[in-house]
Design a protein around this ligand. Structure first.
Ligand SMILES: [Fe+2]
Length: 157
């Protein structure tokens, strides 16, 4: 177990690992949602949406890795099963039959949900005396909030 983890109270460590796992689950479901929409989007804005959804799933794929590897650094097993992700995640799977605007709104809402989970994780990490997880949660949260804004901008005007 890492030196950070051994210095943490067991209950605080548990809360941080649970928060990381929640964020991992929601990031994973959102990755698949963005890829689903990348594949199935249609309409006049096909090109830019196809690209934006790809940018999102590529970012989230890398984000999953950072979250899972932080769980490992804290000495716990990283969840790597879709059934567990779907049980934990407050983000639901995407529907490729949605129209372009509904896809954008659904993906925006997913970004907001993941950002909320990461904000709670940042708080739990700060309380636990784990600035490295706090930093990761803040960094990932900022990215999800940026994507929420980018997506929402498509629905205005
Ligand atoms: Fe592609």
């Amino acid at each position: 177990m890492s030196s950070v983890a051994t210095k943490m109270e067991p209950e605080a460590l548990k809360a941080v690992v649970a928060g990381l796992t929640q964020a991992l689950a929601e990031t994973s479901v959102t990755t698949m949602k963005a890829q689903n929409y990348h594949w199935n989007v249609q309409g006049m804005a096909f090109g830019s949406l196809h690209e934006l959804f790809q940018q999102i799933y590529e970012d989230h794929f890398a984000g999953q890795d950072d979250l899972a590897e932080r769980v490992r650094a804290l000495g716990s097993l990283a969840t790597g099963r879709y059934d567990a992700f779907l049980k934990l995640s407050k983000v639901e799977e995407g529907d490729g039959r949605l129209d372009d605007k509904a896809m954008i709104a659904d993906l925006r809402d997913a970004q907001t949900t993941v950002a909320g989970t990461l904000a709670a994780l940042a708080e739990a990490s700060a309380e636990a005396g784990d600035p490295l997880t706090e930093d990761l949660a803040i960094e990932r949260g900022r990215i999800h909030e940026k994507f929420a804004w980018l997506l929402d901008a498509h629905l205005q005007g």
